[in-house]
Design a protein. Structure first.
Lengths: 335, 335
């Protein structure tokens, strides 16, 4: 059977099963592992607090095209997507390891720009780049490992959502996918719109401080929007064994999306990936506190329910319930 | 300027310079970093001891060819090369993160075999696989990040060799390169020789326990042989600002190399990479203790001297001094 038949998440489940069964079974080392495979980052106990460790990669012509991305933007995004995984746990990022494969056509100026982008965002979030590896290869890939901490000895996870929780969302979704559509379709907009969509797609700003604040407030469930709003909410529902109802009218719609993508904006909002916003769930009282405390736009978009046959349902403005059409990104399945 | 003009180690030096100058300059986080870019692993201080973090990758058709390597061997080797970096610091490996790019032709059976190999060697050395990432890509790459510890609050490094130190080497070098030559040249040998060379090239056994013993004994300088004996000794000499003399007659010559590679064995021993043996330096008294304590074959192959124009010189059996011809592997330079 091909991995493309099983899909990305089927492959991860298969790997998880192999490791559970065969990797040091019954060894006390697993007592130190608070969260292993299946969440945004791994969480390890140590003497001082909890350590976070996450890894993510960008692959040329899969995650990015050098025709539209500068090396500086690429460096930024490679670190940003890992920061977002630490943000989704409410952690503090500390150290990065950078493993690169570089084609022979790479110039030293490319490397300077690439590290310029990485260092820029690393500095923004207090991260030190402490090591890595480089190798020659036919195409450019960036694998980043980010280490962090959670001094509270607790983290946000995907698996703690409870029926009755409200669902909160920072910022807007769909802008990164709109940026990609702009590049793919060679769409032309006002300079300020082009700039904003380019930034959303190529230089996302991870919600690191917001994740820490949620963790501080005692919120327990969060995920970052990397695969798409519906897809990532589905991950939360599956891990928490609950379902969710999203109110279509409550979704935050960025004015640029409504204006420039009049026919497709709802699809972009629900299924566009790589926004790196945080989706979180909390009791009504805690949600009110979170919305007040967060400095960014935060919207309550729906509610967690007991587990139904569909993980996520959308309530339309007429009060009808419908299934989402497009469930988001899977690396081994075509959309 | 292309990275191929600067070479792998020139690029690393360039990256190191950028980070030193621009990544959180004067931020106290750097006080926690005992060893950063340029050694086998990064070393971080924490409350309990020292934390080690290393990353390495294997790229299809650069580091391996699926025509000769099984997925099980590939999984083994991907973890082994990282274990060897922890071994070179005298550390204890603990946790692995696995970031894979998989072509669409990958089967679920391939994944099962790959993780079979990873889990086999992880179990051998007490390592738990705690997370990772998978993405689709045109070719197969394996990026592993390994976290470990050094409870002594000290590690072996490349940079502590002193004139007068003797140079010790575990096991034999050249066997992995001989294995590669066997595959490349479609050479035919006795089954036991084929098996041994295949194992040396595809399933190397990192010297993790030996590295820990060296660290326990108070030895301070070591490196693992990944680029080749001369190349890795050169790395030690450059980092320690010393030179080295190797006695040709003292080098351990595996009988299979002498028999089957009669014309090229000395080149394989001096320049073949990927043996994952440990090279270390120590005062004469400490070297005697190390040779006695190590359970594997260990050979004193030369001596550290004050810095000369050549980092490494070879003394022939007639007592003549010569320069090594081939200085080992550089990812961005052709041999």
């Amino acid at each position: 059977m091909l991995v493309s038949e099983l899909g990305e998440f089927g492959v991860i489940a298969h790997i998880n099963e192999l490791i559970k069964r065969e990797n040091l079974p019954a060894n006390p080392i697993w007592n130190n592992i608070v969260i292993g495979i299946g969440d945004d980052t791994a969480v390890l106990k140590n003497a001082k607090g909890w350590q976070l460790a996450t890894t993510d990669c960008l692959v040329q012509n899969v995650h990015f095209h050098l025709e539209i991305t500068s090396w500086e933007e690429l460096g930024w995004k490679a670190i940003a997507v890992n920061l977002s995984d630490i943000a989704a746990m409410g952690g503090i990022p500390l150290y990065a390891l950078v493993s690169l494969t570089l084609p022979f056509t790479t110039t030293v100026a490319n490397i300077t720009e690439l590290y310029g982008g990485m260092i820029h965002i690393a500095n923004e979030f207090g991260v030190a780049i402490i090591g890595g590896n480089i190798a020659a290869a036919p195409s450019l890939t960036l694998h980043i490992t980010l280490l962090g901490t959670s001094p509270h000895k607790k983290t946000l996870t995907r698996s703690a959502a409870k029926p009755g929780d409200l669902i909160g969302l920072t910022g807007y979704t769909g802008l990164s996918a709109a940026g990609l559509a702009m590049f793919d379709g060679k769409l032309s907009f006002e300079p300020s719109t082009i700039q904003m969509l380019r930034q959303a797609h190529l230089k996302p700003m991870p919600r690191v401080k917001e994740g820490q604040l949620l963790n501080d407030l005692g919120i327990t469930t969060a995920i970052d929007i990397s695969d798409g709003l519906i897809a990532d909410l589905t991950h939360v529902c599956q891990a928490s064994k609950v379902s969710a109802v999203i109110k279509e009218t409550a979704l935050p719609v960025h004015p640029v999306l409504k204006k420039e993508f009049a026919k497709t904006y709802m699809d972009l909002i629900l299924s566009g990936g790589e926004d790196y916003e945080l989706l979180f769930t909390a009791s009504s009282a805690l949600m009110t506190r979170a919305v007040q405390a967060l400095k960014c736009k935060t919207t309550v978009i729906g509610e967690i329910t007991a587990q139904q046959s569909d993980p996520v349902t959308i309530m339309t403005d007429e009060g009808k319930m419908k299934r989402p059409i497009n469930s988001g990104w899977d690396h081994f399945k075509s959309k």
